[in-house]
Design a protein around this ligand. Structure first.
Ligand SMILES: Nc1ncnc2c1ncn2[C@@H]1O[C@H](COP(=O)(O)OP(=O)(O)O)[C@@H](O)[C@H]1O
Ligand SMILES: [Mg+2]
Length: 273
């Protein structure tokens, strides 16, 4: 079996305008792993993302990808870096030369749009005419279309309504299951629950890193990210204290609902409440 690809950030130091944003920062993610990076505004998350994408050279340290094929990057405001004159071009530019053939490219473009819930838009639409949320989804469709081994996503749901947020998280879950490694930057602890591991960027370093449910229940760590414990996690913990152990298939309200239904049909739950 081939070794899993890995993406390493090795001892990255970077100073901007006299402020040391990243200070000997190291971490790595593997193929099939979903890693969320939380942190307060202005701590250097986007700077780290740009360094990971190769768009910014750090003062010291380096980024190494071992194995795999490509790193896809979604900027925090993807509209700023759109290059296509139409939605079709924006997505097709990302496809590699092996995805040749017009019909094939058109199919791939449509498939990517369907994935993010944008198939109602005409392929001829100018990306700059889209709303911020639509631009964010288009940017995601464009990075997904080339099927890179790693994705670096800078607050990919920040401009989306709750329904579209859930769509994105479900898409991310499916690409992770196919072996993609994701570095997902967010300031939402609720969203970070979906990840396998969570790390907190604080004073240039990873202040806490571990399994998402552990990091996201640690209030002193969460304070460093200016975040609060996710409500769904608190809800599950409250049930655990009552002896009800839920297996949550998805960290959403509907996922919690499914978990409760599964629990009640598998036990005498309904008699006890
Ligand atoms: N290219 C840039 N232009 C202006 N300010 C920048 C730039 N890069 C970094 N900064 C500054 O560095 C700090 C960290 O920025 P950033 O990496 O965007 O943080 P975060 O994404 O965590 O909010 C901020 O104070 C920001 O103003
Ligand atoms: Mg940012």
């Amino acid at each position: 079996m081939p070794v899993k690809p890995t993406l390493h950030f090795d001892q990255i130091t970077h100073t901007y305008a006299g402020r040391k944003l990243l200070d000997d920062f190291s971490m790595h993610i593997s193929g099939g792993e979903w890693f969320c990076l939380l942190g307060k505004s202005g701590v250097g998350k986007s700077t780290l993302a740009r360094i990971g994408a190769g768009l910014l050279a750090p003062d010291a340290g380096r980024v190494r990808r071992l194995g795999g094929d490509g790193i896809g990057y979604l900027a925090q405001s993807p509209g700023d870096i759109f290059i296509g004159a139409t939605i079709f071009e924006e997505i097709a530019f990302g496809l590699s030369s092996s995805d040749h053939g017009y019909t094939n490219v058109r199919e791939r473009v449509k498939q990517s749009l369907r994935l993010v819930g944008l198939s109602y838009l005409s392929l001829e639409t100018n990306p700059t005419a889209l709303s911020g949320g639509q631009q964010q989804l288009l940017g995601l469709a464009a990075v997904l279309s080339s099927q890179p081994s790693f994705l670096i996503l800078d607050e990919p749901t920040s401009m989306l309504d709750p329904q579209a947020q859930l769509t994105v998280l479900r898409v991310l879950r499916s690409v992770v299951e196919l072996g993609t490694g994701i570095l997902h930057i967010t300031h939402s602890a609720d969203e970070a629950l979906w990840a396998h591991r969570v790390g907190i960027l604080h004073q240039g370093k990873l202040a806490g890193v571990g399994r998402s449910s552990e990091v996201l229940s640690d209030t002193s760590l969460l304070d460093k990210a200016g975040a609060e414990q996710p409500e769904l996690l608190r809800f599950r913990q409250a049930l655990t204290h009552k002896g009800i152990h839920l297996d949550v298939p998805e960290w959403s309200v509907s996922g919690m609902y499914d978990a409760l239904l599964a629990y009640s049909s598998a036990s005498s739950f309904s008699e006890r409440v």
